[in-house]
Design a protein around this ligand. Sequence first.
Ligand SMILES: C[S@@+](CC[C@H](N)C(=O)[O-])C[C@H]1O[C@@H](n2cnc3c(N)ncnc32)[C@H](O)[C@@H]1O
Length: 360
Amino acid sequence: MSLQAIGLIMHCRAGFESEVGAEALALCERHKLAGTIHSRSDSALVRFVFNQPSDWTSLLEAVPFTDWVFARERFAWMGSIADLPEQDRAGAITSELVARYAKTPLRFGRVSCEFADTNEAKEVSGFLRRFAPHLEKALTKKGMLAMRADAPTLHLLFETSGACDFGLSMPGDAAPWPMGIAHLRMPLGAPSRSTLKLAEAFFALMSEAERASTLRPGLRAVDLGAAPGGWSLQFAQRGLRVSAVDNGPLAESVLATGLVEHVRADGFTWRPKQRVDWMVCDMVEQPARVAALIADWFVTGRCRRSIFNLKLPMKKRYAEVEKCRALISARLDDEGLSHLMRMRHLYHDREEITVYLTLV
Ligand SMILES: C[S@@+](CC[C@H](N)C(=O)[O-])C[C@H]1O[C@@H](n2cnc3c(N)ncnc32)[C@H](O)[C@@H]1O
């Protein structure tokens, strides 16, 4: 039995709703899905309402999570439940889901109770912490919750405690953290919060197999714009040797790893003598200039993979990202270099996005 989605719901950083709207329209248009974007500025949420309902599994396959840049999380929107009674919200939600799905094979592997990432939604998040265990218990009692790793995740989005939207995603085709909010600990000796960006990128943009084969002792990395050394430390803690290129000073804690060599030079002109496994770049520069630099390292055979930031302009941020993507792809394609590029506006990113690029 085909279960129909009425649209898509996306989480994002507050202020980036129009970028998510633009990418939702572009991605869905590729698959002939037409509809209307609904979002309030600074709400950290975007809804895309389809003109015609769409089978939820083929919908998500058509717009896989890895293709989204500005959405921190996205799920197939199946419906809404209003007027939840204060005395038994869990019961009301469970009854609705049982009525819809008990006669279908659909069972949920996990429940994600969600709220917008805004200051206004803080109150709802407190309520959800207390409410989620009650809901899980009620769904389990009705046999709707299978707690299986391969079953769909049920997303319940609350803007108030009295109503919710609900939807579905598949494990492995979703953000690695609920709502895409990465809770990461600062590593010991980290000199900057920027270190968390690279730590998040390793998880959000790479698979477990990719991490295991490319983040291991004995490999070499170059870090352009390295000071004070938060990114270099991420590599050193995994046993890689790092050339940290920056005219600014590196923190003692980073040099003390014994794996980081400080190179005082201009990151745009310096090149390694031998090919390296990784090049990362966190220099604050025009995005097109960084994109050209990255492409140059790949086409001249200096690295096999890279993670880098593209600082976003104030306006036309989505267009700028697409321009940089096209610039890099065109240069690598011209040289016959088969590659894979994943881009994301990470939880730890502000006015920038992070890109993972690798030869395949
Ligand atoms: C955002 S900070 C990098 C933070 C670093 N990733 C960390 O985790 O600690 C940007 C750095 O880029 C450096 N930078 C900017 N332009 C540069 C250039 N042309 N060559 C080398 N470094 C540059 C700056 O000196 C600054 O230290």
